[in-house]
Design a protein around this ligand. Structure first.
Ligand SMILES: [Ca+2]
Ligand SMILES: [Ca+2]
Length: 266
């Protein structure tokens, strides 16, 4: 083969290649030839579903500022013949006392113990969380209930007082019993002591006994007794030789007069 012809062919090929290369470079630089890539919609990712509007969460029960404590107090007259006047029922803290043994009764307590009305004692319990009177005179063997409630969450105490009406100034009492430890559904029951308000002599005469055994006077501001609250010594009655007594053996209450049951209901 002729070497000269071969080198001419090679040179020609090189020239052609150089020319093609030059043309390609020009077209690349011309903006008109640039094809802006059209978005390939088929390939575009599925548009993301906008998230379902999230359910607004159930409003959580707003933490009630304070829990509620509810109590049902049930009173039962356990006497043979002592109707019991409406009771004062007081839910309170440890700074309240309706009476102190050995100390004079308040006028409010004197009123309850002599007339049977709990109104003054209920009204006077200004610091109480709740204070109510039971309804009506409670006859022997009969029960009545009262609802008490408070939002106070600390220590709670219950005070109760009610007059057996065939007496001068006796009252059945529960003095600041702690009930804050009771869980819902728990109960506590007790037979109430009978106190003497010390504000009226225990003469037992008809004129001084407001109950049906006497039909006499109720409250009297005079204090013709020892003027201190004490545990009642019981009634003497005509059956035991107190000639002027309008009472008889059926009015005795050695075992107490009022049974109290308190249940926490909430
Ligand atoms: Ca007395
Ligand atoms: Ca009096």
């Amino acid at each position: 083969m002729n070497l000269t012809r071969l080198s001419i062919r090679a040179s020609a090929l090189l020239i052609v290649a150089a020319t093609l290369t030059a043309c390609g470079g020009d077209s690349d630089s011309d903006p008109k030839d640039m094809v802006s890539p059209s978005p390939d919609t088929s390939m575009s990712p599925e548009p993301e579903m906008s998230p379902e509007p999230s359910m607004s969460p159930e409003p959580s029960p707003s933490p009630s500022a304070m829990p509620t404590y509810n109590y049902t107090v049930t009173l039962t007259n356990v006497t043979a013949n002592q109707p019991i006047a409406p009771a004062a029922l007081i839910l309170h803290n440890d700074s309240y006392y309706a009476w102190d043994l050995g100390a004079p009764a308040s006028v409010a307590l004197e009123n309850l113990a002599e007339s049977g009305s709990p109104a003054m004692l209920v009204e006077a319990a200004e610091s109480a969380y709740d204070a109510k009177a039971s309804e009506g005179v409670l006859m022997p063997g009969v029960s009545t209930s009262v609802e008490l409630e408070t939002n106070y969450s600390g220590d709670l105490y219950l005070t109760a007082a009610a007059m057996p009406v065939n007496t001068n100034d006796a009252f059945a009492g529960l003095n600041a019993m702690a009930i804050g430890h009771l869980d819902v559904g728990m109960q506590y029951s007790t037979l109430l002591r009978v106190y003497d308000a010390g504000t009226e002599s225990n003469s037992e005469t008809a004129a001084t006994i407001p109950g049906p055994a006497g039909g006499g006077e109720g409250f009297n501001a005079e204090r013709d007794d020892v003027d201190v609250v004490s545990i009642h010594t019981g009634v003497v009655t005509s059956a035991d030789g107190l000639a002027d007594s309008t009472l008889n053996e059926s009015h005795r209450f050695q075992q107490g007069v009022l049974y109290l049951m308190v249940e926490r209901t909430q």
